[in-house]
Design a protein around this ligand. Structure first.
Ligand SMILES: Cc1ncc(COP(=O)(O)O)c(C=O)c1O
Length: 479
């Protein structure tokens, strides 16, 4: 073969940069944009679709053996904060599948990334054979995490609970034979056999044999701090932690920190609380692991550990949801031995392409900082709750143990009507849904209504429409 005929380009790179592919992708992105642009307001179902929709929902119920929480089947179309259901109704989506849509529905950049990645030779790739999008996603994620931490490596996995399983294995291996784990009361970590044992919810582990040794620490108690002062609450938590360490010397592999409690009710804690506990972990050789699967992208900095200024303490970090693909990051010291982590799949290539684009878009966005959109949306949210409470004080009695009927931070928003009674809160999520708003609940008593809005596309002007629906939904739930 003569030198002149040797190409330095692969067939793959020619394919992905070919004019025909670019044109086809442009055409698809354009068609999606044109269709999506019709979805600009909440509306009810299309009459002629009601029956077939009901029949499809029944099929889903029969397949699963139980009805889904909402009578929800997406049509596959959406536009920013709006999502269309298969019955033709359009709703405002304030929960995004519980937090995985930071740029809402059908964002053109993300459709472009997904479509382009989907023409690779296989939809899914694995740990043995992979293509560049996996590593570009991992590289982007790690470079963002590294800005304010000592995290040095990243291992990608297909779900949050799996990322947490990998984190726990890394901690166990490094600190072997330590076999205990410290976690916060009311934490949530996913639903594998081990994660349902670490998660502090009895209902989520009915019938699961308890084989994991967990010591629970109290999360920061704002009500107690208002009474006895922040330092007294910190001192008492440190005493509790030392008690566990003295009771089980060198037996704790890690302390897992949810930096804002998610399922537990969007409870925050001051930096000083985490620092005091993390210092003790450092002195005692206990891995500091932050589970940012729900917080990632949603606080007033991209990572909650950045918002709190505690990156230097982290040994292990898990992220998911907004990142699409999930991941376990760790320091060089916590490098694991061959064989500990693997699996057939890393995930589907479009997940990595979309995940990477989301990371870039979050980085370029105006979401973060004290004047960023996360903070602004949070303030707007609280103002609307306060106005609704002023109008309907009977819907919003004080909630014992909570400083306010609205709380959380940034794009993690909770409000607490009806004193946080479970039945009334779940009923309210359903009346809100009927009126055109998708939300969810959280907390373990009191219970709250929770929003995880798409901060990347929501506008401050959208809040009045959201709260008009909230008012109608709560009126129905109260009646
Ligand atoms: C803090 C936290 N950790 C872990 C998980 C589990 O993630 P996944 O549902 O992707 O398994 C969740 C999910 O809600 C979560 O909020």
């Amino acid at each position: 073969m003569s030198q002149a005929t040797v190409s330095t380009r692969t067939v793959g790179s020619e394919l992905f940069s070919s004019g025909a592919v670019q044109e086809a992708v442009d055409a698809i992105v354009g068609a999606v944009g044109e269709a999506s642009s019709k979805l600009t307001a909440v509306r009810g179902p299309i009459d002629g679709l009601r029956e077939s929709y009901e029949a499809y929902l029944k099929k889903i119920t029969d397949l699963r053996g139980r009805a889904t929480y909402y009578p929800y089947l997406g049509s596959g179309a959406g536009n920013g904060i709006f999502v269309e259901l298969a019955d033709g109704s359009v709703k405002i989506d304030m929960i995004g599948g519980i937090g995985y849509t930071p740029f809402g529905h059908a964002h053109p950049e993300l459709i472009r990334a997904a479509v382009t990645a989907s023409i690779e030779d296989n939809l899914k790739h694995g740990h043995l054979q992979s293509t560049a999008p996996l590593h570009e996603f991992a590289d982007k994620l790690l470079s963002l995490a590294k800005r304010k931490s000592n995290l040095a490596h990243v291992f990608v996995s297909a779900g949050g609970a799996l990322a947490n399983e990998n984190a726990l294995k890394i901690c166990y291996q490094k600190n072997a034979p330590a076999s205990r784990v410290i976690a916060f009361s009311h934490c949530f970590m996913g639903r594998t056999v081990t994660m349902s044992q670490l998660g502090d919810s009895a209902a989520n582990r009915v019938g699961i044999p308890l084989s994991t040794l967990v010591d629970y620490m109290p999360f920061y108690d704002h009500a107690a701090a208002a009474e006895v002062g922040q330092q007294a609450v910190i001192d008492s938590a440190c005493d509790r932690l030392r008690e566990y360490i003295n009771r089980y010397p060198k037996q704790h592999a890690c302390f897992v920190f949810e930096l804002v409690q998610g399922e537990g009710g969007f409870v925050t804690a001051p930096r000083e609380y985490f620092v005091a506990l993390m210092e003790i972990c450092k002195e005692s050789g206990i891995a500091v692991w932050a589970d940012e699967i729900q917080t990632f992208g949603r606080t007033t900095e991209m990572f909650a550990f950045e918002m709190l200024g505690i990156g230097e303490y982290l040994d292990v970090l898990t992220v998911g949801k907004s990142t699409q693909a999930c991941a376990t990051l760790h320091t060089a010291e916590y490098m694991h031995k061959p064989g500990l982590l693997s699996g057939t799949f890393t995930g589907a290539t479009p997940e990595f392409a979309v995940g990477r684009r989301i990371l870039e878009m979050l980085e370029d966005s105006d979401i973060y900082g004290s004047e960023g959109m996360a903070a602004k949306h949070h303030n707007a949210f609280r103002e609307h709750v306060a106005a609704l409470r002023a109008k309907h004080p009977d819907w919003f009695p004080d909630v014992p143990g909570f400083e306010s009927v609205a709380g959380g931070v940034g794009g993690m928003m909770r409000f607490t009507p009806f004193g946080g009674e479970k039945d009334k809160i779940t009923r309210a999520t359903k009346t809100l849904f009927d009126e055109g708003l998708v939300s969810f609940y959280n907390g373990h008593g009191p219970f709250h209504i929770r929003f995880l809005p798409p901060l990347g596309v929501m506008k401050l002007e959208d809040w009045p429409a959201v709260f008009e629906i909230v008012e109608r939904g709560l009126a129905k739930a109260a009646g």
